[in-house]
Design a protein around this ligand. Structure first.
Ligand SMILES: C[S@@+](CC[C@H](N)C(=O)[O-])C[C@H]1O[C@@H](n2cnc3c(N)ncnc32)[C@H](O)[C@@H]1O
Length: 260
Protein backbone atom coordinates (compact mmCIF):
# COMPACT_ATOMS: atom_id res chain seq x y z
CA UNK A 1 0.00 0.00 0.00
CA UNK A 2 2.61 2.57 1.06
CA UNK A 3 4.96 2.79 -1.89
CA UNK A 4 7.93 5.06 -1.33
CA UNK A 5 7.34 8.41 -2.97
CA UNK A 6 8.72 8.87 -6.44
CA UNK A 7 11.49 11.45 -6.33
CA UNK A 8 10.50 14.46 -8.35
CA UNK A 9 7.34 16.37 -8.82
CA UNK A 10 4.23 14.20 -8.99
CA UNK A 11 2.44 17.15 -7.41
CA UNK A 12 3.70 19.39 -10.16
CA UNK A 13 6.10 21.03 -7.74
CA UNK A 14 9.86 20.67 -8.04
CA UNK A 15 11.88 19.15 -5.23
CA UNK A 16 15.11 20.89 -4.16
CA UNK A 17 13.42 24.28 -3.74
CA UNK A 18 15.08 26.98 -1.66
CA UNK A 19 13.30 29.45 0.61
CA UNK A 20 14.45 33.05 0.10
CA UNK A 21 16.44 34.64 2.89
CA UNK A 22 14.18 37.16 4.54
CA UNK A 23 12.53 37.61 7.89
CA UNK A 24 12.68 33.90 8.74
CA UNK A 25 15.28 32.63 11.23
CA UNK A 26 17.83 30.26 9.64
CA UNK A 27 16.42 27.28 11.58
CA UNK A 28 12.84 28.06 10.46
CA UNK A 29 14.02 28.48 6.87
CA UNK A 30 15.77 25.10 7.00
CA UNK A 31 12.58 23.48 8.42
CA UNK A 32 10.44 25.06 5.69
CA UNK A 33 12.84 23.97 2.96
CA UNK A 34 12.91 20.41 4.26
CA UNK A 35 9.10 20.40 4.48
CA UNK A 36 8.37 21.66 0.98
CA UNK A 37 11.01 19.37 -0.52
CA UNK A 38 9.85 16.28 1.38
CA UNK A 39 8.44 13.78 -1.14
CA UNK A 40 6.10 12.33 1.52
CA UNK A 41 4.59 15.78 2.10
CA UNK A 42 4.02 16.14 -1.63
CA UNK A 43 2.54 12.66 -1.92
CA UNK A 44 0.21 13.28 1.04
CA UNK A 45 -1.13 16.33 -0.78
CA UNK A 46 -1.57 14.36 -3.97
CA UNK A 47 -3.43 11.51 -2.25
CA UNK A 48 -5.61 13.74 -0.06
CA UNK A 49 -4.05 12.94 3.31
CA UNK A 50 -3.83 15.68 5.90
CA UNK A 51 -0.30 14.75 6.96
CA UNK A 52 2.77 12.80 5.79
CA UNK A 53 2.23 10.67 8.93
CA UNK A 54 -0.30 8.69 6.86
CA UNK A 55 2.58 6.85 5.18
CA UNK A 56 4.04 5.70 8.50
CA UNK A 57 0.79 3.92 9.32
CA UNK A 58 0.34 2.54 5.80
CA UNK A 59 3.92 1.32 5.72
CA UNK A 60 3.64 -0.38 9.12
CA UNK A 61 0.36 -1.93 8.02
CA UNK A 62 1.85 -3.22 4.80
CA UNK A 63 4.41 -5.21 6.75
CA UNK A 64 2.50 -6.08 9.92
CA UNK A 65 -1.20 -6.05 8.95
CA UNK A 66 -2.51 -3.94 11.81
CA UNK A 67 -5.49 -2.50 9.95
CA UNK A 68 -6.76 -5.77 8.52
CA UNK A 69 -10.02 -6.75 10.20
CA UNK A 70 -10.16 -3.59 12.33
CA UNK A 71 -13.81 -2.93 13.14
CA UNK A 72 -13.52 -0.08 15.64
CA UNK A 73 -10.46 2.15 16.01
CA UNK A 74 -9.39 4.70 18.61
CA UNK A 75 -6.86 7.29 17.40
CA UNK A 76 -4.95 9.10 20.18
CA UNK A 77 -3.21 12.38 19.31
CA UNK A 78 -5.05 12.48 16.01
CA UNK A 79 -4.60 16.03 14.62
CA UNK A 80 -4.48 16.99 11.81
CA UNK A 81 -6.09 13.64 11.02
CA UNK A 82 -4.36 11.46 8.43
CA UNK A 83 -4.47 8.32 10.60
CA UNK A 84 -8.17 8.96 11.30
CA UNK A 85 -8.79 9.32 7.56
CA UNK A 86 -7.28 5.85 7.03
CA UNK A 87 -9.14 4.45 10.07
CA UNK A 88 -12.50 5.69 8.76
CA UNK A 89 -11.81 4.06 5.41
CA UNK A 90 -10.75 0.64 6.70
CA UNK A 91 -13.64 0.39 9.18
CA UNK A 92 -16.17 1.65 6.66
CA UNK A 93 -17.19 4.18 9.28
CA UNK A 94 -19.92 6.71 8.51
CA UNK A 95 -21.66 9.46 10.43
CA UNK A 96 -24.68 7.12 10.77
CA UNK A 97 -22.55 4.30 12.12
CA UNK A 98 -19.43 5.70 13.83
CA UNK A 99 -16.54 3.25 14.20
CA UNK A 100 -13.64 5.64 14.79
CA UNK A 101 -13.03 7.93 17.77
CA UNK A 102 -10.19 10.45 17.70
CA UNK A 103 -8.80 12.66 20.42
CA UNK A 104 -6.47 15.65 20.39
CA UNK A 105 -6.26 18.79 22.46
CA UNK A 106 -5.81 20.70 19.19
CA UNK A 107 -8.79 21.62 17.08
CA UNK A 108 -9.26 19.28 14.13
CA UNK A 109 -11.42 19.66 11.03
CA UNK A 110 -14.25 17.12 10.76
CA UNK A 111 -13.70 13.79 8.99
CA UNK A 112 -16.79 11.84 7.88
CA UNK A 113 -17.25 8.78 10.11
CA UNK A 114 -14.92 10.03 12.86
CA UNK A 115 -16.11 11.26 16.24
CA UNK A 116 -13.56 13.86 17.30
CA UNK A 117 -12.97 14.79 20.94
CA UNK A 118 -11.02 17.99 21.53
CA UNK A 119 -9.61 16.98 24.89
CA UNK A 120 -6.37 16.11 26.65
CA UNK A 121 -5.96 12.34 26.64
CA UNK A 122 -4.53 12.65 30.17
CA UNK A 123 -7.86 14.03 31.38
CA UNK A 124 -9.30 11.37 33.74
CA UNK A 125 -12.60 11.38 31.82
CA UNK A 126 -10.96 10.82 28.40
CA UNK A 127 -11.14 6.97 28.45
CA UNK A 128 -14.88 6.98 29.21
CA UNK A 129 -15.58 9.57 26.52
CA UNK A 130 -13.52 7.69 23.94
CA UNK A 131 -15.32 4.40 24.54
CA UNK A 132 -18.68 6.12 24.37
CA UNK A 133 -17.63 7.88 21.14
CA UNK A 134 -16.40 4.75 19.33
CA UNK A 135 -19.66 2.96 20.10
CA UNK A 136 -18.30 -0.46 21.04
CA UNK A 137 -15.18 -2.43 21.89
CA UNK A 138 -12.24 -1.29 19.72
CA UNK A 139 -9.89 -3.81 18.23
CA UNK A 140 -7.20 -1.27 17.35
CA UNK A 141 -5.77 1.53 19.50
CA UNK A 142 -3.41 3.90 17.69
CA UNK A 143 -1.31 6.57 19.36
CA UNK A 144 0.84 9.03 17.45
CA UNK A 145 0.87 11.38 20.46
CA UNK A 146 3.94 13.52 20.88
CA UNK A 147 4.18 15.94 23.78
CA UNK A 148 4.42 19.60 22.77
CA UNK A 149 8.09 20.58 22.60
CA UNK A 150 9.44 22.66 25.45
CA UNK A 151 12.92 23.16 23.95
CA UNK A 152 14.32 20.87 26.65
CA UNK A 153 14.92 17.57 24.89
CA UNK A 154 14.96 15.37 27.96
CA UNK A 155 11.66 16.80 29.23
CA UNK A 156 10.01 16.31 25.82
CA UNK A 157 11.29 12.76 25.66
CA UNK A 158 10.00 11.85 29.13
CA UNK A 159 6.60 13.42 28.45
CA UNK A 160 6.13 11.56 25.15
CA UNK A 161 7.19 8.30 26.79
CA UNK A 162 4.65 8.96 29.51
CA UNK A 163 1.93 9.41 26.88
CA UNK A 164 2.97 6.11 25.33
CA UNK A 165 2.73 4.36 28.70
CA UNK A 166 -0.71 5.80 29.49
CA UNK A 167 -1.89 4.84 26.00
CA UNK A 168 -0.62 1.27 26.51
CA UNK A 169 -2.52 0.88 29.78
CA UNK A 170 -5.62 2.31 28.12
CA UNK A 171 -5.27 -0.22 25.28
CA UNK A 172 -5.07 -3.10 27.76
CA UNK A 173 -8.21 -1.83 29.48
CA UNK A 174 -10.33 -1.41 26.36
CA UNK A 175 -9.15 -3.66 23.50
CA UNK A 176 -11.10 -6.64 22.26
CA UNK A 177 -9.28 -9.96 22.42
CA UNK A 178 -6.97 -10.31 19.41
CA UNK A 179 -6.73 -6.53 19.02
CA UNK A 180 -3.59 -4.50 18.41
CA UNK A 181 -1.89 -1.44 19.89
CA UNK A 182 0.45 0.82 17.89
CA UNK A 183 2.17 3.82 19.50
CA UNK A 184 4.87 6.36 18.89
CA UNK A 185 7.92 5.92 21.07
CA UNK A 186 11.61 6.87 20.93
CA UNK A 187 14.71 4.89 20.09
CA UNK A 188 15.89 3.19 23.27
CA UNK A 189 13.08 4.93 25.14
CA UNK A 190 10.56 2.23 25.93
CA UNK A 191 10.73 1.43 29.62
CA UNK A 192 11.44 -2.18 30.57
CA UNK A 193 8.33 -2.29 32.80
CA UNK A 194 6.15 -1.12 29.93
CA UNK A 195 7.64 -3.69 27.56
CA UNK A 196 7.11 -6.44 30.13
CA UNK A 197 3.51 -5.40 30.69
CA UNK A 198 2.88 -5.47 26.92
CA UNK A 199 4.61 -8.83 26.53
CA UNK A 200 2.36 -10.25 29.25
CA UNK A 201 -0.76 -9.00 27.54
CA UNK A 202 0.00 -9.40 23.81
CA UNK A 203 1.28 -12.30 21.73
CA UNK A 204 3.92 -10.22 19.94
CA UNK A 205 5.67 -6.94 20.79
CA UNK A 206 8.08 -5.20 18.43
CA UNK A 207 9.73 -1.87 17.59
CA UNK A 208 9.49 -0.48 14.06
CA UNK A 209 11.22 2.40 12.26
CA UNK A 210 9.30 3.01 9.02
CA UNK A 211 11.21 4.50 6.09
CA UNK A 212 8.78 7.43 6.06
CA UNK A 213 9.83 8.35 9.63
CA UNK A 214 12.68 10.83 9.16
CA UNK A 215 15.99 9.05 9.59
CA UNK A 216 17.43 11.86 11.74
CA UNK A 217 14.47 11.58 14.12
CA UNK A 218 14.64 9.28 17.18
CA UNK A 219 10.98 8.47 16.63
CA UNK A 220 10.05 4.79 16.48
CA UNK A 221 6.81 2.84 16.79
CA UNK A 222 5.91 0.22 19.32
CA UNK A 223 3.55 -2.45 18.02
CA UNK A 224 1.81 -4.92 20.32
CA UNK A 225 -0.17 -7.51 18.38
CA UNK A 226 -2.79 -10.02 19.44
CA UNK A 227 -4.23 -8.88 22.77
CA UNK A 228 -4.66 -11.92 24.99
CA UNK A 229 -7.84 -10.60 26.64
CA UNK A 230 -8.67 -9.64 30.19
CA UNK A 231 -9.90 -13.04 31.40
CA UNK A 232 -6.64 -14.96 31.71
CA UNK A 233 -5.12 -14.95 35.23
CA UNK A 234 -2.27 -12.52 35.79
CA UNK A 235 -2.53 -11.04 32.30
CA UNK A 236 -3.37 -7.42 33.10
CA UNK A 237 -1.05 -5.55 35.46
CA UNK A 238 -3.04 -4.76 38.62
CA UNK A 239 -2.24 -2.48 41.53
CA UNK A 240 -2.30 -3.58 45.22
CA UNK A 241 -6.06 -3.02 45.40
CA UNK A 242 -6.77 -5.13 42.36
CA UNK A 243 -7.41 -2.28 39.91
CA UNK A 244 -5.68 -1.79 36.58
CA UNK A 245 -2.78 0.51 37.44
CA UNK A 246 -3.39 3.96 35.96
CA UNK A 247 -0.09 5.64 35.09
CA UNK A 248 -1.97 8.96 34.61
CA UNK A 249 -1.21 9.49 38.29
CA UNK A 250 2.56 9.33 37.68
CA UNK A 251 2.78 12.34 35.32
CA UNK A 252 6.22 13.89 35.78
CA UNK A 253 6.23 17.55 36.79
CA UNK A 254 8.84 19.71 35.02
CA UNK A 255 10.38 20.73 38.34
CA UNK A 256 11.00 17.05 39.18
CA UNK A 257 13.05 16.53 36.02
CA UNK A 258 16.78 16.70 35.96
CA UNK A 259 17.37 19.85 33.86
CA UNK A 260 20.92 19.12 32.71
C1 LIG B 1 2.41 13.74 15.30
S1 LIG B 1 0.90 14.51 15.66
C2 LIG B 1 -0.27 13.31 15.11
C3 LIG B 1 -0.42 13.19 13.63
C4 LIG B 1 -1.60 12.29 13.26
N1 LIG B 1 -1.29 10.88 13.51
C5 LIG B 1 -1.97 12.41 11.80
O1 LIG B 1 -1.89 11.43 11.09
O2 LIG B 1 -2.41 13.48 11.39
C6 LIG B 1 0.82 14.34 17.41
C7 LIG B 1 -0.43 14.90 18.04
O3 LIG B 1 -0.49 14.48 19.40
C8 LIG B 1 -1.26 15.45 20.09
N2 LIG B 1 -1.12 15.28 21.54
C9 LIG B 1 0.00 15.34 22.27
N3 LIG B 1 -0.28 15.16 23.57
C10 LIG B 1 -1.63 14.96 23.66
C11 LIG B 1 -2.51 14.74 24.75
N4 LIG B 1 -2.08 14.67 26.00
N5 LIG B 1 -3.82 14.58 24.48
C12 LIG B 1 -4.27 14.67 23.21
N6 LIG B 1 -3.48 14.89 22.14
C13 LIG B 1 -2.17 15.04 22.36
C14 LIG B 1 -0.68 16.76 19.56
O4 LIG B 1 -1.57 17.83 19.78
C15 LIG B 1 -0.49 16.44 18.07
O5 LIG B 1 -1.56 16.91 17.31
Amino acid sequence: MAKPPIAGNRTGRKLGQKVKKGKLKASSRRWLERHINDPYVQRAKLEGYRARAAFKLLEIDEKHQVLKGAKRIIDLGAAPGSWSQIAAKVTDSSDDDIRVAAIDFLEMAQIPGVKILQLDFLDPDAPRQLIEAVGGTPNLVLSDMAAPTTGHQKTDHIRTMHLCEVAAHFAVEVLAEGGHFLAKTFQGGTEKDLLNMLKQNFRQVLHIKPASSRQESVEMFLLAKGFKGRNGPGVVELDEEGFVRDPREDVPATEDLDQD
